[in-house]
Design a binder for this molecule. Sequence first.
Ligand SMILES: [Cu+2]
Length: 150
Amino acid sequence: MKRILMIALTLAFSLSACGTAAPTDSGGGIEISSPYAHAADAGGTSAAYMTITNTGSEADTLVQAACDAAMMVQVMETTMANDVMSMGEIPGIDLPSGSTVELKPGGYHIMLMELSQPLVDGTTITITLEFEKAGKMTVEVPVKAPGSMP
Ligand SMILES: [Cu+2]
C-alpha cells in the first residue's frame, strides 16, 4: 500500500499538472497518504482531505495549497462552538517532527472554491501543497462521491 502511494507521488512530481510554479520533490520528510476530494459541480465548492506525516527531524508547517481545478484554495479548519459549526481560513497547519495530522471532515481541510471544472467521482485532481520548510509538494488526489460536510 505504502509502495503504491510512493509510486503515485513520484508520478505526480513528473507531471506538473497544477499551480503556476513547477512542483518539486520536498525531500523534507513529508509524507502524504489517503488523499481524497469530494465530487462537485463546476462553479461549486469542494474540499480535499489527506493524512500528512512529518518524518523529518524538524517541525514544519503546511502554509498553503493550490490547484488548477479551483480559482480559490484555502487551508481551513472547521470548529464547533455552542453547537454551531463554522469554518475559517487558518495561517497554517503545524506539523511537529514525527507527527501525523489528519485532514478530515469536521477538522482541517483544503477548501477548493469557485471550481473551474467539475470534480467527477473516479477521476483525480492535482493539488500542490506548500510547506514552510519542505517547500512545494504535488499530490494526486482521487475524487470521491460527496459525503459529509467539510
Ligand atoms: Cu472550508
